[in-house]
Design a protein around this ligand. Structure first.
Ligand SMILES: [Zn+2]
Length: 166
């Protein structure tokens, strides 16, 4: 079934140990074991930065309670402490950060008005994806992203100054 709208692009993590080299196929199996149709995320970013397709981009995905009809989900593999997978840790690889930015920019071409959020921003009970997504967006120049929550970045400020001058 096609998703009627895409208000959010939601970043998740798999909450697996950094040494676990899993991908979309493994997550697909886990989600089917839970009784789901198939993998709930649209994209999976492996430890080596490889981006794998999960559920179809425009389908209703299954990744965040109450928002599946209006959001896209992508998942970074990792995010758990090696010694205890229940504990969150920001341990994504340089290749994953690079792939995340590229994937977000590609998704914004498709869904230009979407807000990028972390799972924890839509569900207070979660820490997923185990890093601060607002801070990430302020520090990274994700092309095509429009801040919609009162936060602005350097480029926005420069644009405002230009508008004032004209
Ligand atoms: Zn999540």
């Amino acid at each position: 079934m096609a998703r009627p709208e895409t208000k959010y692009i939601v970043i998740h993590c798999s909450q697996t140990r950094p040494s676990q080299d899993i991908g979309a196929k493994d997550i697909d199996r886990w989600h089917r074991e839970r009784g789901w149709l198939k993998i709930g995320y649209g994209k999976v970013i492996r430890r080596n930065g490889e981006v794998e397709q999960g559920r179809e981009d425009n389908a209703i995905q299954a990744h965040v309670k109450g928002y599946n009809h209006c959001s896209y989900g992508l998942c970074l593999v990792g995010g758990a402490l090696e010694e205890d997978w229940k504990k969150p840790e920001d341990n994504f690889t340089a290749e994953q950060w690079e792939a995340l930015k590229k994937t977000l920019e590609e998704l914004l071409l498709k869904y230009p008005d979407a807000q990028i959020v972390g799972h924890y921003m839509l569900d207070e009970a979660k820490t997923c994806p185990n890093f601060n997504v607002r801070e990430y967006l302020l520090n990274e120049d994700v092309k095509g992203y429009k801040f919609q929550d009162g936060l602005t970045d350097e480029a926005d400020l420069q644009e405002m100054e230009l508008e004032d001058q004209s």
